[in-house]
Design a protein around this ligand. Sequence first.
Ligand code: ATP
Length: 330
Amino acid sequence: MPQNISKIKKIGVLTSGGDSPGMNAAIRSVVRACNYYGIVCCGIRMGYEGLINDYVVELGPRSVRNLINRGGTELKSARSQEFRTKEGREKAAKTVKKHNIDALVIIGGDGSFTGGTIFQKEHGVPFIGVPGTIDNDIFGTDYTVGYDTALNTAVDAIDKIRDTATSHNRVFFVEVMGRDAGFIALNSGIATGALDILIPEEKDSIEDLFIAFEKAQEKGKSSSIVIVAEGEKLGGVYDLAKFTKMKYPEFDVKVTVLGHIQRGGSPTVADRVLASRLGVAAVEGLIAGKSNVMAGMQSSKLVFTPIEEAIKKHNEIDKDLIKVADILST
Ligand code: ATP
């Protein structure tokens, strides 16, 4: 076991914002990496609420056994309004001081990283971010922890919908998660052979959708599935279904909103490995004196991105993939 000669003797880990599958694997990784490097690890329950209210528990390597395969987050997550206030962050700083926590690993999305940045500026607590969100829109990593699992969950559900759609010549509008990003929609749409995919990043029109339906009819397709990201701009699945029914009264139009099943479930191998790598990287980064950065993987290489950049920029949808989806739906 290497000797820890850095200033970091105690690390606090928390999960914040929306939960994502693989957060537990990331917690486990941070705890075990701390143990490996002779650092005490504290779990902070309920995100920043836990920092404010002193929900701090010491976590040893055995306390995270049987965790890597479990969905959700054992530390629980929260959205904390109080942490957005100076007074709230002062309370949080008292907790950090009381427990002699030298640095934080923050597992969450860009909101959580913004909170960490403000906290660092005001109270000097170093932190490294681990991107944990199903949306995959955080700049500085090809994939975020939870995205692969959410995508596979969506594909599994859409495959099942296809079975019933084909049996009855139905048109299905399936809403998947992604308020600002269409990664889940685009990739699940390609993977399930959707007729059309509507995402926030693209300007779609209802006329184009109707043309797609008509082409599908001409080709004698037995069913049509349209994948709609939550943040798509044509008005949402229910309106799309309503307008389609008005235009084509003969269609049997159905809507399915996949909702929170996409956040749950046992993480995939890809998410477990990603979370494990980034958890270790965060601890090693703090030992090396890094702060205000996010650990991520780009082209299979570990990278630390300045947190300001991770917050401000966003992963772009690959235009080639949009073209692939268009070609394959014809
Ligand atoms: P997701 O992408 O899943 O929504 P997120 O980390 O972006 O995750 P948010 O709800 O935006 O989720 O942020 C999580 C928490 O971070 C907030 O509840 C709040 O406590 C803290 N936070 C966010 N923005 C700020 C801010 N400007 N100042 C202080 N704290 C903040």
